[in-house]
Design a protein around this ligand. Sequence first.
Ligand SMILES: Nc1ncnc2c1ncn2[C@@H]1O[C@H](COP(=O)(O)OP(=O)(O)OP(=O)(O)O)[C@@H](O)[C@H]1O
Length: 304
Amino acid sequence: MEVVIIVNEQAGHGRAKKQCEKITKELTVPFTLERTAYTGHAAEIVEKHLIDKRKILFIAIGGDGTMHEVVEGAHAHSHAIVGMVKGGSGNDFSRAYPTFKNAQQIEQFLLRHEVVPMDLGKLIKGTKQSLFINNGGFGFDALVTYRTNQSKLKKLLNRFSLGKVAYAWIVFQELIRFTPFDLTINNEKTYTSCYFVVVSNQPYFGGGMKISPQSKADDHLLELTIVYNIAKWKLLLIFGTVFFGKHTRFKAVQQMQATSFDVTIHGEVYGHVDGEFIDKTVYGQTIHYKIMPHEWQLAVNTLD
Ligand SMILES: Nc1ncnc2c1ncn2[C@@H]1O[C@H](COP(=O)(O)OP(=O)(O)OP(=O)(O)O)[C@@H](O)[C@H]1O
């Protein structure tokens, strides 16, 4: 089996670059090394390599954004297998699924070829569609993602490993300003004063928050979470519990499970898939979510 390593050297503020240097030095099997240069490049690299039916193991080295793009290129190709070496900042995918930590584990995979078929989420918004390995959502979380990516303060503090301080400051500032919105699920039930809605394919989002504890990326189901109708100061209390998946006991948190959802958003709110910003909704826009069962193959690390 061919091995193609795709690294986003910017991911994790240089962490992915270091991981890649270590792994490529240790590997004793042949491989091709590709470095991403821009958003969307990883998917293009995968497609470039999938020209015939040869089996290829793609190793994504980076964070959720890099893994998302590699899966975007590899899904629906039965001869493409995707493995990951975590090197991002949030690394939500790797919190739920095993990843490779060293060259020896990758070489062991090449002997055993153990894979897990994985589901992929799809979100259709107007004429655009987006895929997600982790989750796709709208509202306060997406706004924070957007502001964090724009923030000069965060970039500055990252240099001193203080990025989390900037993140907390952005959450606090934006929460004070945020106007909750209403939304309707499947044209049936309306929820008022919502902070966000997120549809999950695995439990984690936002760099370690266990927002959807029941989610599994191979059960052919999606889980929808709404946080609504709660005072801002109480929301901060719930925020503390979400890291342990204990927020689901609060009345302000509603969860449901299905293979698809229609979410109509009565507001203009920011969106994200796998933590990367997508366009704001227009007022009254309906977002269609659906699960694509067993759409890609994850390489399993059996040496952990
Ligand atoms: N050479 C590059 N320069 C700038 N951005 C890039 C480059 N290559 C890829 N990208 C983009 O960087 C974005 C962030 O990458 P990634 O998510 O892997 O790292 P991260 O944000 O540090 O980790 P996490 O998402 O786990 O917090 C991706 O959406 C990707 O499209």
